[in-house]
Design a protein around this ligand. Structure first.
Ligand SMILES: [Zn+2]
Length: 392
């Protein structure tokens, strides 16, 4: 039996260990992928520290231990199951970790992301059965996955860049929901972080006319603006207003004339006074709800917002303002494999420019150090990648 090295977590809050385990055999509709790169998201440090265990006492969101994490694997197909007909060994792929049950009403209607058993392979999710069926995250040398989960990579998309597709896809699927495209003005709230930077890059690729970005660090925002100075405007917003805008103005929004939020004033000044067509919230965990609310208030009448950020605080949202201004707000999580294919095509064609990412590649043996050191990064420009082929 062939063996491989995998980084495994044996107890929440403990370091991962490198273990030698059997290489799995793909089931008939699965593939075996040799992992060449796996993205590491800053939130993984929280997850292995049992963040979700603290939210859900029964701990049903977490994979059974020992667990192999790793959300964004990219690599080469090594073997295919006997019922896999259109993927062959040797193909370069990204493995979409979105798993669903495959047979519920949502899945049968092609809405896998709405499956009540939705689970992210190599991370956490709603189904212990699925986590047991697909226990291999990307922090291992080989991984099994359904053939339907594979995004084929164009030759000019590196494994390291593909290991970032989770963030890109989350932003892409969200922005499709609010109609980002030609003629559209978009506010990216938190534009210099991992999600926000990728949202800006995709909005450029999707044809958005004007992109407004907020952030806290001016130096990072300057780098965001430099991606396309004629289409991107940035504003440093160090703190949310101490008194949240009331959003009670009936037709006004924006906190009313007596207390104009500088962000709302700025957004309107860039959009002929109307406000933005769309807003994608990419704020990190720990951001106050008021920082999201003020971005919502930048919407024009009829504007639509989508949340992919991690604000945990309860939003003080005025339903009457929302109704009279015809405001839309939707949550979004992850993306379909088809959306992954669309992004890969954009990257292949060069309309989505991946060259701004700075890959920080480490061998698998350094995973614990990588997790401990993720705060030292240049916002979203830093791309943390583990190379499982290296265990030195
Ligand atoms: Zn389902």
């Amino acid at each position: 039996m062939a063996t491989m090295i995998a980084a495994r977590l044996h107890a929440y809050g403990s370091p991962m260990t490198l273990d030698r385990i059997e290489v799995p055999e793909p089931r008939p509709t699965d593939v075996l992928v040799e992992v060449k790169a796996c993205g590491v998201v800053p939130n993984l440090a929280r997850v292995v520290g049992n963040f979700f265990g603290t939210l859900t006492p029964d701990n049903k969101m977490m994979p059974p231990l020992p667990a192999i994490f790793g959300l964004d694997p990219a690599g080469v197909v090594a073997k295919v199951g006997e019922q896999v007909f259109s993927i062959r060994p040797g193909e370069r792929v990204y493995v979409n970790p979105a798993r669903s049950c495959g047979s519920c009403k949502m899945c049968r209607n092609g809405r896998e992301l709405d499956c009540p058993s939705f689970t992210l392979q190599g991370y956490f999710g709603r189904s212990q059965d699925i986590m047991r069926a697909y226990p291999y995250g990307g922090l291992a040398q080989f991984i099994t996955a359904p053939a339907t989960a594979l995004v084929k990579l164009p030759d000019n998309v590196s494994f390291e860049a593909a290991a970032r597709l989770g963030y890109f896809g989350t932003a892409y699927s969200a922005m499709k929901k609010i109609g980002v495209g030609p003629g559209h003005t978009l506010l990216v709230n938190g534009a210099s972080g991992q999600l926000g930077l990728n949202a800006v890059q995709l909005a450029l690729a999707m044809g958005a006319t004007k992109i407004l970005g907020t952030g806290r660090k001016q130096a990072l925002l300057d780098r965001v603006k430099a991606l396309a100075p004629e289409r991107i405007e940035v504003l440093s917003v160090p703190d949310a207003p101490s008194r949240p805008s009331s959003a009670s103005g009936g037709g006004q929004g924006g906190g009313g004339p007596t207390n104009p939020d500088p962000l709302v004033v700025w957004a309107r000044s860039k959009t002929e006074g109307h406000g933005v067509d769309g807003m994608i919230d990419c704020l990190p965990p720990g951001a106050p709800a008021a920082a999201m609310m003020r971005a919502l208030l930048c919407l024009r009448r009829g504007g639509r917002a989508v949340n992919v950020g991690a604000v945990l605080e309860t939003l003080q949202l005025n339903a009457f303002w929302m109704m009279t201004n015809r405001i839309g707000l939707q949550g979004s999580v992850w993306f379909t494999t088809g959306e992954g294919e669309a992004m890969a095509a954009m990257a292949g064609a060069g309309t989505l420019d991946l060259s701004v990412l700075e890959h920080r590649v480490s061998p698998l043996s350094k995973i614990n150090g990588v997790l401990a050191g993720m705060d030292a990064r240049d916002g979203g420009f830093t791309n943390f990648v583990i190379d499982p082929t290296r265990v030195d």
